[in-house]
Design a protein around this ligand. Structure first.
Ligand SMILES: CCCCC/C=C/CCCC/C=C/C(=O)SCCNC(=O)CCNC(=O)[C@H](O)C(C)(C)COP(=O)(O)OP(=O)(O)OC[C@H]1O[C@@H](n2cnc3c(N)ncnc32)[C@H](O)[C@@H]1OP(=O)(O)O
Length: 279
């Protein structure tokens, strides 16, 4: 994927020169040190290998540019933050592809979870499974108050299982008992429920998600970076190290699990159900 610069937005000067890739738009504001990263993989921002790769490239570019201290993650697709991992990447393919795909999923989580940037999820749409995982890697989550925008790790509803590092991320956010129930039942929470269980930090009217994210960002960026980053690292490094220590085993585990006939059948049936839903 190549990073492309696009024309500055009207009346904004150089600090808003947008850049990004085909599936990830980046709207940087050098003056404030905040960039907005928008997933743009219609129709539902499914986390394809290309989107994962482009996301990692764009995130790395922002992390390497000391101008930026905070990133807001949001969606350019209406009604959906992200539909989660791209199911077509996990069925009907070969073990080598599954391994490559899973390595990219691990990489995205590792980069986000320990990022030195302040990361705020401006959740402006449905946020199941992998989409929910991305929001959980952030420091703060704001969800639009729309009953259609459900959020949760619903993997069991597809007949699959969220791996231990998905589980750990949820436990670190909403606690063990709430996670145990949410993961086993594949719960998708309404905004008010998500707020109540602590899955999100704020629920606001849809047209206030981004502005709220910007004001929360200002509060987090008022903290000296070094102290905040060391504290974030202290809170999260044990969780990250659990995956780092067994990345290859985790990939092999994923490949053998996803290659099972029963799992392939579940995923195919689930994809068919999604397509029938429209019919
Ligand atoms: C102990 C061992 C563990 C080992 C590890 C093994 C584990 C496996 C991995 C576990 C982690 C998995 C994480 C995931 O993220 S799995 C994906 C789960 N995602 C979902 O369940 C969401 C599915 N999608 C929806 O619910 C809806 O699409 C929506 C997001 C609510 C949006 O609804 P709507 O606006 O009505 O759009 P449509 O449903 O009509 O969808 C539009 C088209 O997009 C296709 N689609 C939707 N989601 C996905 C997806 N995740 N991947 C690929 N494609 C997707 C859908 O089929 C439609 O396609 P069409 O236009 O061709 O019909």
């Amino acid at each position: 994927a190549t990073i492309r610069r696009t024309e500055p937005t009207a009346g904004s000067g150089d600090s808003a020169r947008r850049f990004g890739t085909q599936r990830v738009l980046v709207e940087p504001d050098a003056a404030s040190g905040v960039a907005v990263m928008k997933f743009k993989n219609p129709p539902v921002n499914s986390l394809s290998l290309e989107l994962l790769t482009e996301f990692i490239i764009s995130l790395e570019k922002l992390e390497n540019d000391k101008t930026f201290r905070g990133v807001i993650l949001t969606s350019d697709c209406p009604r959906v933050f992200s539909a989660g991992l791209d199911l077509t990447e996990m069925c009907g393919k070969n073990p080598a592809h599954y391994a490559e795909y899973w390595k990219a999923v691990q990489e995205l989580w590792l980069r986000l979870y320990l990022s030195n940037l302040v990361l705020i999820a401006a959740i402006n749409g449905a946020c199941p499974a992998g989409g929910c995982l991305i929001s959980l890697t952030c420091d703060y989550r704001i969800l639009a108050d729309n009953p259609k925008y459900l959020i949760g790790l619903n993997e069991t509803l597809l007949g699959i299982v969220a791996p231990f590092w998905f589980k750990d991320t949820l436990v670190n956010t909403i606690g063990h008992r709430a996670s145990e129930q949410a993961l086993q039942l594949g719960l998708l929470f309404l905004p008010a429920e998500a707020l109540q269980v602590g899955l999100v930090d704020q629920v606001v009217p849809e047209d206030q998600v981004l502005s709220t994210a910007l004001s929360v960002m200002a509060r987090w960026m008022a903290i000296p970076d070094h102290a905040r980053q060391l504290t974030k690292n202290m809170m999260r490094k044990t969780t990250v190290d659990r995956l780092v220590k067994q990345r290859d085993a985790d990939i092999q585990n994923f490949v053998s699990f996803i290659s099972r006939d029963s799992i392939q059948k579940s995923l195919q049936m689930y994809l068919e159900k999604l397509k029938q839903k429209k019919g």
